[in-house]
Design a protein around this ligand. Structure first.
Ligand SMILES: O=C(CO)[C@H](O)[C@H](O)COP(=O)(O)O
Length: 272
């Protein structure tokens, strides 16, 4: 059951955002943007953060709100002794700019809690991540956390992984990436898979997108369900040249979903 929103559902101590329309418009329904939902989910997740925790700091527009909120609570003295493990250079830079103390997996191989967004969430809380390009570090961090809270707006919910028709990213080494892309596409021929190198516009035209780890990303697009996700994962990871893929299977312990009808919290334990 979704929890309905209240006027100040963000709960920020000195910067709450009124989410009901101004009193001059008493009959107007509240209008929330997708970013309001992302922020609502992020702020809810940060309620699970306690002083002294080692935190995995996610990447993307939703996770950014969580990092902002953690920094705000540190500034207010409501959180203390937090150590953040960022999942990308971008999040690293954001956290540094906000004064969040940081470390890495070498020094902190066990993480109390990670909070991150996702691109797709299926009914079993399996995820697609990495459309923001940070899947490898995200997976390294999030597979060693005791609790992994995923924060999404309702647009990320899918019936099955790949159902959005959008990319399922695979990080590959640059060496002979075309060869790897063809092999990836062939693996999922029956699902109508198309593999495309992710590119960005550079001064000399389109160039390969380069990850924080100096790799490339091949995005897989499926026309049909790819079936057993564990088998699909194993097949992808067995290909030499593949570094990691964006399916995060059986990793999320909690998913917080914010949408028009309110906020829903799904726990892995309850799904089994
Ligand atoms: O996996 C990710 C980055 O690699 C992001 O968490 C994912 O793309 C969701 O991003 P956003 O919160 O901006 O919608």
């Amino acid at each position: 059951m979704a929890i309905p929103y209240f006027p100040k559902f963000m709960g920020s101590d000195n910067s709450s955002i009124p989410l009901l329309p101004p009193s001059s418009l008493p009959l107007s329904p509240p209008i929330f943007t997708q970013d309001d939902f992302k922020k609502a989910a992020a702020y809810k997740a940060v309620e699970f953060v306690h002083s002294g925790m080692v935190l995995g700091l996610g990447t993307g527009s939703t996770a950014k709100h969580a990092v902002d909120r953690i920094a705000e609570l540190l500034r207010l003295g409501k959180l203390k002794d937090i150590v953040g493990i960022p999942t990308s250079k971008k999040t690293h830079d954001q956290a540094v700019s906000l004064g969040i103390p940081l470390s890495d997996l070498d020094s902190h191989p066990v993480i109390d809690l990670a909070i991150d967004g996702a691109d797709e969430v299926d009914p079993h809380l399996n995820l697609v991540k990495g459309r923001g390009g940070s899947l490898l570090r995200e997976k390294m961090v999030e597979c060693v956390c005791k609790k992994f809270i995923v924060i999404v707006d309702e647009s990320k919910l899918v019936e099955f992984i790949g159902a959005s028709g959008l990319a399922m990213p695979v990080e590959v080494v640059p060496y002979c990436w075309k060869f790897t892309a063809v092999r990836l596409q062939n693996l999922f021929e029956e699902s109508g898979c198309i593999a495309k190198l992710r590119t960005v516009g550079g001064k000399d035209g389109e160039e390969p997108y380069v990850t924080d780890n100096e790799n490339y990303i091949v995005d897989l697009y499926f026309k049909k369900d790819i079936g057993d996700l564990k088998i699909a994962s194993d097949r992808i990871l067995r290909l030499a040249g593949v570094v990691e893929h964006g399916m995060f299977l059986d990793m999320a312990t909690t998913v917080i979903i914010a949408g028009e009808s309110g906020m829903t919290i799904k726990n892995k334990e309850l799904e089994q």
